[in-house]
Design a protein around this ligand. Sequence first.
Ligand code: NAD
Ligand code: UDP
Length: 337
Amino acid sequence: MNIAFKSTHLSLESTERRTILVAGGAGFLGSHLCDQLLHDGHKVICVDNFSTGRMDNLWHLLRFDTFSFIRHDIISSIDVPVDEIYNLACPASPPHYQADPIHTMKTCVFGSLNLLELAARHQARIFQASTSEVYGDPLVHPQPESYWGNVNSFGPRSCYDEGKRSAETLFRDFHVKYGVDIRIARIFNTYGPRMRPDDGRVVSNFIVQALKGQDITVYGDGSQSRSFCYVDDLIKGFLRLMGDQTAIHTPVNLGNPVEFTVRELAEQIVSMTGSSSKIVYRQLPIDDPRQRRPDITVAKRELGWEPSVALADGLKSTVSYFERQLVRPSGELVEVA
Ligand code: NAD
Ligand code: UDP
C-alpha cells in the first residue's frame, strides 16, 4: 500500500470508510473522482466498459490496494456490496454519444435502472451525473433547476438528452417508491487533464488543433456560448452534494457561471499557446444549443459550493497536459484522429 495513501487512510474512522462504486471511473471525470475518493481513504470499485474510458487514466491507481476495477457494461445488472454509488457511465462528447445512439440510450436508462436496483438492495446512497443538456437549447437564460428545458426528442442529440432526462425520472421514482437516497448533479461543460485528445469536445479539440498548428474548427459563427468549469472545482461539488450533511434529493446545477462565446474560447487558446493556427468556420451541428450558463444559486446556498478556477488558469494546466500527451520523448508529435 502506498505511504501517502496510508496516512490519509488512517485519518478516517472505520465507520467513515466506505466502499464506493464509480461507474464510468475510467473516463475523464470518473478517474479524477476515483483519485479523490481513494485519497480520502475510501475503498473504490471502478466499473467501466472502456468505450471512451482508458487504462491510462487508471494505471496510477493500481498501487492502492483499496482500488479495484471491473470491466462491465452497466446495461447488464451487477451485484457487489457497496455503501455508495456514483453513476458517471455514459459517453459525454457529442460525436461519441451519437456514434451508437441506441447504446447511449440503453446506458442512460438500463444502466441507471441497474445501479438504482443495486442501491436499493444495499441501502446505498447513489449519485447521478446528469447534464445541462436536460435544458436542451434553452429559452431561459441563465438556466435554473426549475426550468423544464427545450429539448428535441427526435434529433441526433436526443439519445443523450432524453436518456439523461429519463434517468433523472428513474432516480426520482426510486427515491419516492423505495426511499433510495439519491443525489443528482446537472453538470455544465467541464474540461481539464485526462480528456482524450480525440474526445471531440470543444476545449480538447481547440487545444489539440492549436498545439499541432492545425486549423481551429469553430462550428457556426462562434457566437454560441458555453460556461466552462475546471475539473477540480466540479469534483469538489460532487463530494459536497454526496455529503452526509446534505440531503438534497432534487437536481442541482454544478458548473461555472462565467460565460464565453466559442469564438472567444478559440481566440484565447490560440493566444495562450502562441499557435500559428488559423480560426476557420464549419457547419453548426443540428440542435447545437445557442447559449448555456448555469444559475448556481442552489449549489451556493445548499452546498456552500462555487467554482474558484478561472478559465485562463484551468486552460493553462489543460494545455500542459495535452503537450505531454501529444509530444513523444523524441519531440515528434503523436498522431490522433
Ligand atoms: P467520458 O466519456 O470521459 O467518461 C465516461 C465513462 O463512462 C468512460 O470511461 C466510458 O468508458 C464509460 N462508459 C460509457 N458507457 C458505459 C457503459 N454502458 N457501461 C460502463 N461504462 C460506460 O465522459 P466524462 O466527461 O468523464 O463524463 C462523465 C459523466 O458526466 C457522463 O455521464 C456525462 O454524461 C456526465 N457529464 C459530463 C460533462 C462534462 O462536461 N464533462 C457534462 C455533463 C455531464
Ligand atoms: N464546437 C466547435 N468546434 C469544435 C467542437 C465544438 O465550435 O471543434 C462547438 C459546438 O458546436 C458547441 C460548443 O463548441 O457549440 C461546445 O461543444 P461541445 O461538444 O464541447 O459540448 P456541448 O456543449 O455542445 O455538448
